[in-house]
Design a protein around this ligand. Structure first.
Ligand SMILES: C[S@@+](CC[C@H](N)C(=O)[O-])C[C@H]1O[C@@H](n2cnc3c(N)ncnc32)[C@H](O)[C@@H]1O
Length: 453
């Protein structure tokens, strides 16, 4: 494809994303490329790079365009990014040409807008929320969470993420698998925090490698691996993965249990639970049963207080994954957060009922917002006095996290996605001991005693 054809495709893709504002950008992109199979791998990557750059700089680009009197259309968003990264209006005009596979020439208004952006004072102060690429309403939440580290953390959340893999130790150890990947041209390094993690520098075609197809690795952020380590599931346990989705963490739990014991993977979504089947088979996990949660289901009642470990990987804003999903920054609305916090509290209470006395529940999110994390745990403990926070104390957790019941990871501090996990233990019930009955001393009647009068 010519550079103009790539530009045209990037503009079309951005327009499709605009037309489906509640749909994740990667889902829109997958459909877009599926319908255009003639676009080869190199062109796809170039088009995606243009689009993802635009998504990462959404608010800043819109701010410059609007200040210059324009509308933030997909064409101007792409073109203004080129100006703001050093290109000239003249060079951009040469790429915006007429033709079947080209974006069409810039209109007079577009040219004026781009000229004004090129002349704008780059040091002009933008509002904080614009500069940090977040919705205005979210700014106080993130300021409360990160304080003096806010800029650093949001800067890190704006970068492209590394690609983390989890080695499936049911199929091989980390070093052997690393060497296998290397032979396929994938040069991975061990992750610093997870004992099962391997890290690749960025988007690479891992899913087409033999190592992936043979179930030796799964794509899983290092933070997500540590959440599983916090659960401390061991081979003899009964474990419930309450919000299992397509089984990302279920697979890792099966691995920590060496494919023994029993895991039940629940969810309310049929397609998600169905998505787990192929992955479980590929990983060789045999100790997992799936269960669809439905309203009025007696299933949970019958299993009250019966699980050694319960993982609640709650539905959340996903604010910790913005490195991978920059579009989510723009889509997130205040009402989403309100709805999610209500749902999380309900799920926590339902899942807690399934933990056996002395058993543990791990509540986790990929959110960086206190409302979904710390505040949720404080409120849960106020409602449930028989649970307390306990340190995970498992060997798979790096020492610096081992003594704290709460794990709070962030991209700038830990080079992972933003993750939160809290370990809660249900009080053991006092052991039921047989009451000691003090038998009254019975003096056997003496054999030859005379009968009582
Ligand atoms: C963060 S995702 C889980 C991701 C999954 N654990 C993994 O590691 O791949 C949250 C999941 O919660 C599920 N969910 C939403 N409401 C639920 C509910 N009331 N009870 C159980 N699961 C629910 C969603 O369908 C979604 O799959």
């Amino acid at each position: 494809m010519t550079p103009s054809a790539r530009l045209a495709a990037a503009i079309d893709l951005l327009a499709e994303m605009d037309a489906a504002p509640r749909r994740p950008a990667d889902a829109v992109a997958n459909s877009f490329f599926r319908e255009r199979r003639f676009i080869g791998g190199g062109d796809r990557r170039a088009i995606s790079a243009l689009v993802w750059d635009s998504l990462r700089h959404w608010r800043r680009a819109a701010w410059f365009i609007e200040r210059a009197g324009g509308e933030p259309t997909p064409r101007l968003r792409i073109a203004s990014r080129q100006i703001l990264t050093g290109s000239t209006p003249g060079a951009i005009s040469q790429a915006f040409v007429e033709g079947r596979f080209a974006p069409g020439a810039l209109t007079q208004n577009e040219r004026h807008t781009l000229d004004r952006i090129a002349r704008a004072d780059p040091s002009e102060q933008q509002p904080d929320a614009v500069r940090l690429e977040i919705p205005d309403w979210l700014f106080p939440h993130l300021q409360a969470r990160f304080g003096a580290d806010l800029e650093k953390e949001l800067e890190a959340l704006g970068q492209e993420a590394t690609l983390d893999l989890r080695v499936n130790t049911l199929r091989g150890d980390r070093e052997t698998v690393r060497k296998k990947l290397m032979r396929e041209g994938l040069h991975a390094e061990p992750t610093p925090l997870s004992p099962w993690g391997l890290r690749l520098p960025g988007r690479l075609p891992v899913t087409s490698s033999a190592a992936f197809k043979d179930g030796l690795v799964e794509i899983q952020d290092e933070g997500s691996q540590l959440v599983v380590a916090m659960l401390g599931a061991t081979p003899e346990m009964r474990v419930l993965d309450y919000c299992a989705g397509a089984g990302g963490k279920t697979l890792a739990i099966a691995m920590t249990m060496q494919n023994r014991g029993h895991i039940i993977a629940c969810d309310v979504s049929v397609p998600r639970l169905d998505g787990a089947v192929r992955r479980l088979r590929r990983a060789g996990a045999h100790n997992v049963e799936r269960h669809l949660l439905t309203p009025g289901d007696k299933w949970a009642k019958r299993r009250a207080k019966s699980f050694d470990r319960v993982l609640v990987d709650a539905p959340c804003t996903g604010t910790g994954t913005w490195r991978r999903n920059p579009d989510a920054r723009v889509r997130l609305e205040e009402r989403d957060l309100k709805e999610l916090t209500v749902k999380q509290a309900d799920i926590l209470d339902r899942a807690a009922a399934l933990v056996r006395p002395g058993g543990r529940m791990v509540y986790a999110t990929c959110s960086i917002l206190d409302a979904e994390n710390r505040n949720q745990i404080d409120a849960f403990m106020a409602r449930n006095s028989d649970f307390s926070l306990v340190a995970p104390d498992t060997a798979e957790i790096p020492e610096r996290f081992r003594d704290s019941p709460i794990l709070s990871l962030s991209p700038a501090k830990d080079e992972t996605d933003g993750f939160f996990a809290a370990v809660l233990e249900r009080k053991a019930e006092p052991a039921i001991t047989e009451p000691t009955i003090t038998e009254p001393a019975v003096t056997p009647p003496e054999a030859d005693a005379p009968p009582a009068p």
